[in-house]
Design a binder for this molecule. Structure first.
Ligand SMILES: *Cc1c(COP(=O)(O)O)cnc(C)c1O
Length: 404
């Protein structure tokens, strides 16, 4: 198996495992495919940084002219370090601190996606102290069911995100009366790994009715941010194609004169990366056959956290009979699995490729069990760029101290 023109086995030999490998071509083409249906529309695609915040990945999108959706001051710093344009940044998240607000105002971001009335009050105060005016969009909770995993559903009434639809007009009126707040847009984001168009359209329907209500109150918005959330194929899901999704949104918008913002994360990177891991041990037991690999839930948390499925294949498949394996890591948790019941023909030392590992994979990695974080690589043709060195064990506790 190759990433572009680079054999994965060579990458594993040279750089070790576990190791994330992304394709620059896949990142580029996916972004361009998203833009295809939007050529005649005023728009900004803001890559949701939390899906994959590696500077190498961000720099690819920055060069393509992308904007960025951030949820922390740390992500803003990454965008700037990667060469991204702060003027194309939208700042989401329910818990922005005053310090994060200040940093974003200094950087001159495009818009704050404000998620509560209290946040609006604080932002007005922080901007006032700096003699600035904060560009604002309210994240409205349209109360639609994204029909996805409950942990990644964000647009329902009982979620912590956004301002309740019923309260939105009143909060906009408050915002309009504030000296250091400038209303720019309306925003929503209903969840992640959504595989149908209808929840997006239901949400936009509600947003458009809100825009009408606001216009009746003499409050105009210059952009609508429809959020992210388009799913990808991990197994047998059939998410909408980008052009079908953007087309449905444009139709619903019906030539309304607003700038259109998107915040895709997973859909731009999920299938542009894999995780390479080596089989350390095969362990047959009475009930199950375990393949113990050198990647674990600290490297890829999605199976443990969401019971998520990732396809797993051998880099060099062996011919002959397969056995059903539990693909597990070395961590001391029964939840430390990467795949259940996978029919593979394996020997110790084999290289496995865990697919669809470009999104919410390395970005959720931890040091649990004092495991150093994996290396990350971007392949460009035959060129192999290490965009994150493998962490050293000694890095793990440099900020810690023994008691005297
Ligand atoms: C996580 C997130 C996104 C990206 O979601 P995907 O499902 O990866 O497209 C976009 N906007 C906000 C506010 C988010 O929190």
């Amino acid at each position: 198996m190759h990433a572009e023109d680079a054999p994965l086995a060579t990458i594993a030999e040279t750089h070790g495992t576990p190791c994330y490998v992304y394709s620059k071509k896949a990142l580029t083409e996916t972004f361009q495919r998203f833009e295809t249906g939007l050529q005649n529309v005023d728009h900004l695609i803001c890559f949701a940084v939390k899906a994959n915040p590696n500077l190498g990945v961000l720099s690819v999108f920055a060069k393509l002219g992308a904007g960025f959706d951030i949820v922390s001051g740390g992500e803003l710093a990454r965008v700037i370090a990667a060469g991204g344009d702060p003027k194309k940044v939208v700042f989401s998240g329910v818990g922005k601190t005053a310090e994060e607000m200040r940093d974003a105002l200094i950087a001159g971001i495009f818009c704050f996606n404000v998620e509560s009335q209290s946040e609006l009050v604080r932002l007005n105060q922080v901007a006032g102290e700096m003699g600035k005016v904060a560009p604002v969009s309210l994240r409205v909770n349209p109360n639609v069911d994204a029909k996805t995993h409950p942990y990644i559903s964000t647009g329902l009434k009982n979620n912590k995100f956004g301002v309740a639809f019923e309260d939105a007009v009143a909060v906009y009126q408050q915002a309009a009366a504030m000296d250091n707040i400038d209303i720019h847009g309306v925003d929503c984001h209903i969840g992640s790994q959504i595989t149908e168009v209808s929840p997006f359209i239901d949400a936009l329907d509600r947003i458009l009715s809100l825009v009408d209500q606001l216009e009746a109150e003499n409050i105009t918005v210059s952009h609508i941010d429809v959020g992210g959330g388009i799913g990808i194929t991990y197994d047998d899901e059939t998410p909408p194609a980008f052009d079908a999704y953007t087309q449905a949104i444009l139709e619903k918008l019906n030539q309304k004169k607003v700038k259109l913002l998107f915040e895709p994360g997973r859909a731009l990177v999920g299938n542009a990366g894999v995780l390479l891991t080596k089989v350390e041990y095969l362990k047959p037991t009475d009930s199950k056959n375990f393949a113990i690999v050198d990647a674990a839930m600290n490297d890829l948390m999605r199976p443990a956290l969401y019971d998520a499925y990732h396809n797993i294949v051998a880099a060099t498949p062996r011919i002959g009979e397969t056995t059903n394996y539990e693909i597990v890591g070395p961590i001391c948790e029964t939840g430390d699995f990467l795949g259940h019941d996978r029919a593979l023909n394996l020997a110790e030392g084999d290289l496995l490729v865990i697919e669809s590992a470009g999104a919410y994979a390395m970005s959720m990695a931890s040091n649990y069990n004092s495991r150093a974080k994996a290396a990350e690589i971007i392949v460009d043709g035959a060129q192999v760029h290490v965009v994150r060195e493998r962490e050293k064990i000694s890095d793990l506790f440099t900020t810690e101290k023994r008691l005297p």
